[in-house]
Write a protein that binds this ligand. Structure first.
Ligand code: SAM
Length: 205
């Protein structure tokens, strides 16, 4: 569930989306996300749910076996054209995704949860849990409302396309229905603009 009217509609085009991301400093954020939280290892199998046009791939090791899923056919078309040699891409909503066998070391959902209502978010955690091998990890990152954030960050986040921005505790509670333990980190400095992110690290024991 996301805003699709007016200027938001333009963002469904891969070029416009990536142009905006570049302006916000997304490359730095993606590099940090991979280095600090995703921490992929050579040869890992990685499932990227809500992969967009595949923008994280340049920051991941080439030895990864990568599968990306997104509901937007335009993003998936761009991903296939740009990164088809590095992975497999599928069009699907979280809701319609079939259960994957437990074959992935890492599942990621980058800026996806705040687009999902509670029912679809719970489905995401269940799907990820089912797709992970024992010892595997789900990593998510999303905008958040946090008491210590600036008014500017709160305002910018309130204008996001996603209509389910939550507090850190709100995201944590959804993850804990399926995963334990769940690590929660809140950061305010990943982008060039005032912005607050919450990162969840969910272990499958
Ligand atoms: C903010 S973008 C993030 C894209 C990418 N992960 C990145 O970091 O650039 C959110 C993505 O989630 C996708 N999305 C939104 N709702 C979804 C759903 N219900 N099922 C699958 N993908 C969804 C959108 O199409 C979009 O590509």
């Amino acid at each position: 569930m996301q805003r699709e009217h007016g200027l938001y509609k333009l963002l469904s085009h891969s070029g416009v989306y990536e142009f905006l991301q570049q302006g916000l400093g997304a490359d730095h954020a993606r590099r940090e996300l991979v280095r600090r939280w995703i921490r992929p290892e050579s040869g890992n199998r990685l499932l990227d749910i809500g992969c967009g046009p595949g923008s994280l791939l340049p920051f991941l090791p080439e030895s990864l076996s990568y599968v990306g899923v997104d509901l937007n056919p335009k993003y998936i078309e761009t991903a296939k054209q740009t990164w088809g040699h590095r992975g497999e891409f599928r069009v699907s909503t979280v809701h319609a995704m079939p259960t994957e066998p437990a074959s992935f070391d890492v599942v990621i959902a980058i800026s996806l949860l705040h687009h999902l209502d509670n029912a679809e978010a719970t489905r995401l955690f269940s799907l990820a849990h089912g797709a992970l091998k024992n010892g595997g990890r789900l990593v998510t990152i999303d905008p958040t409302y946090a008491p210590e954030q600036s008014a500017a960050a709160r305002f910018i986040i309130s204008r996001d396309r996603g209509q389910h921005v939550r507090s850190p505790g709100g995201y944590h509670a959804l993850a804990c229905q399926v995963f334990s333990p769940v690590g929660v980190t809140v950061v305010h400095d990943l982008l060039r603009i005032p912005y607050s992110h919450v990162i969840l690290e969910c272990d499958k024991k």
